[in-house]
Write a protein that binds this ligand. Structure first.
Ligand code: PAF
Length: 276
């Protein structure tokens, strides 16, 4: 695996790579990221991954400085998984001057769910992904469905800017007890880790209820919130939404649905979702 730190070196390499699949990450890799690499290998001749902790997508009170930087371990995992090129720029390389041009997703898509609690987050994600796409020039890019709203925003960004990259969403990878794998799980204490699967259990419960014909969406959301709060969480949202644009689902409409949640256990904020 080649490790490339500069934009100019990546550009020089790109013509040799053929049809290229791309897995952008912020590092601190787990099995969820590796599953994206495995999926990428099925789509293209070569696979590139990136590791860059993107300051633009962290709010002032968020964990940018304590976000784990584990480049050597991550590079070994990517190489073993079959990645051909790792793009690992430092901040001066990605943002040699303060980034004053941004991709601004519409408020209807980013003022909801995660965007209600993380102002500016998706603007930061969309901006860095657009920039990574300009540098890496992939044919395909793979993202996990765990960040469901991120996937929706990036799909729409690519469509609206006619970016020639096929965006592929991949299923969430879970621990045996159902907890969605996340770099942030490492912040949980032993006791919090024991409680953490409740988030997924509540989403599964809602899924079963809706599949069984329960259309009382408000009640289902409120009951799950009450149970989570009683289980020691601080719930930010539990919401049944239309998959296509993540607007609140109308119980009477026969749309494809997804239920999404965010909640805090101690100081750790976890998100999860389940398609219905
Ligand atoms: O999902 C992530 O890890 C990040 O949001 C991404 C897509 C790599 C952009 O920084």
């Amino acid at each position: 695996m080649r490790i490339v730190h500069s934009v100019s070196d990546f550009r020089a390499l790109r013509p040799t790579l053929g049809r290229l699949a791309f897995v952008p990450t912020m590092g601190n890799l787990h099995e969820g990221h590796i599953s994206l690499v495995r999926a990428a290998l099925e789509h293209a001749d070569r696979v590139a991954a990136s590791i860059f902790v993107n300051r633009l997508q962290f709010g002032p009170a968020e964990d940018f400085s304590r976000y784990p930087r584990t480049l050597a371990e991550d590079a070994a995992k990517l190489e073993e998984a079959g990645v051909d090129v790792l793009f690992a720029p430092d901040e001066d390389e990605m943002y040699p001057a303060p980034q004053t041009y941004h991709v601004e997703p519409p408020a209807s898509q980013v003022g909801i769910l995660e965007g209600e609690f993380r102002a500016g987050h998706f603007r930061g994600v969309a901006t860095v992904v657009m920039k990574l796409f300009q540098i890496v020039q992939p044919d395909i890019a793979l993202f996990g469905k765990k960040d469901y709203q991120q996937l929706m925003v990036l799909r729409n960004m690519v469509a609206q800017f006619a970016v020639p990259v096929a965006v592929v969403g991949c299923d969430t990878i879970r621990a045996d007890d159902g907890l969605a794998l996340s770099s942030r799980n490492g912040y949980l204490s032993t006791e919090e880790r024991r409680r953490a699967p409740q988030l997924h259990e509540e989403l599964q419960h809602i899924r079963q209820e809706v599949l069984g014909g329960n259309r009382e969406f408000d009640e289902l959301q409120a009951a799950a919130t009450t149970r989570l709060d009683a289980g020691g969480w601080r719930t930010e949202y539990v919401r049944i939404c239309r998959r296509v644009d993540l607007q609140a689902a109308e119980p009477a409409a026969g749309e494809a649905l997804v239920v999404l949640a965010a909640a805090r256990l101690g100081t750790t904020r976890l998100i999860d979702n389940v398609e219905i």
